[in-house]
Ligand binder design. Structure first.
Ligand SMILES: C[S@@+](CC[C@H](N)C(=O)[O-])C[C@H]1O[C@@H](n2cnc3c(N)ncnc32)[C@H](O)[C@@H]1O
Length: 213
């Protein structure tokens, strides 16, 4: 079973510090070998751990982080929610771009520790870490950022109504996505497109930052 609080030492011991290819301003603890890391998590906590989503900079997160760093006016002076924060890459980028405060939400206890470790690595404060917010009223934020959260149908079906609610409540909402089939592209507006390097192999992945109009 996942420990309710994962020690920061676990994250540091089982990852290497790298700069995501499209966001070299940020340093992150990432897995060199995802399978070995997953096994280490199972040794620490028992069988049935979720994969270490928190130990990679996903293409949607890299695109969204690049977007806020290139267009800081989207977050500067605002309170931001980073939904499905994973490593915390988008949360860190939002603070570097001038967000006054960031709430970083993730269901995974490993992620919640990694966010704090990665914030510290980048000398960034002002990030509060939360668990699952999808079933709750929207926290008091101005902007919602969601990097690569529509990675399967079930998650997309939970996330999209939450994002619609946020938009209907007047929040700016941006999604970073590398072309997953569960996104309702016809009702989203394209804000930016990036070619993000594949973590394995020489190719790139066309990744879009979508805005809820
Ligand atoms: C594909 S990863 C993307 C991580 C990061 N945003 C990035 O782009 O690098 C999706 C993340 O969503 C998290 N997640 C899944 N269900 C969630 C929920 N209900 N609330 C918040 N986060 C959730 C997972 O634990 C995982 O860290």
């Amino acid at each position: 079973m996942t420990p309710s609080v994962v020690p920061a030492g676990f994250v540091r011991a089982h990852t290497s510090v790298r700069r995501p290819s499209s966001v070299p301003e940020v340093r992150l603890h990432v897995a060199d070998d995802v399978v070995a890391l997953w096994e280490a998590m199972e040794v620490a906590g028992g069988a049935g751990e979720a994969p270490p989503f928190w130990a990679a900079a996903w293409p949607g997160g890299q695109a969204l982080a690049r977007f806020v760093l290139d267009a800081p006016e989207t977050v500067a002076g605002r309170v931001v929610l980073d939904l499905g924060s994973g490593s915390g890459l988008v949360a860190v980028a939002a603070r570097l771009a001038g967000a006054t405060r960031v709430l970083a939400s993730d269901v995974d206890a490993y992620s919640r520790t990694a966010i704090g470790v990665n914030a510290g690595l980048n000398g960034v404060d002002g990030i509060s870490v939360l668990g699952d917010v999808l079933a709750h009223p929207l926290p008091p934020v101005d902007v919602v950022l969601a990097g690569d959260v529509c990675y399967d149908r079930e998650m997309a079906e939970r996330v999209l109504p939450f994002l619609d609610r946020a938009r209907a409540g007047g929040r700016a909402v941006y999604l970073g996505d590398p072309g997953r089939p569960y996104l309702p592209h016809d009702r989203l507006a394209e804000a930016a497109v990036y070619e993000i390097a594949e973590t394995e192999g020489p190719g790139t992945r066309r990744t879009t930052v979508w805005r809820l109009p």
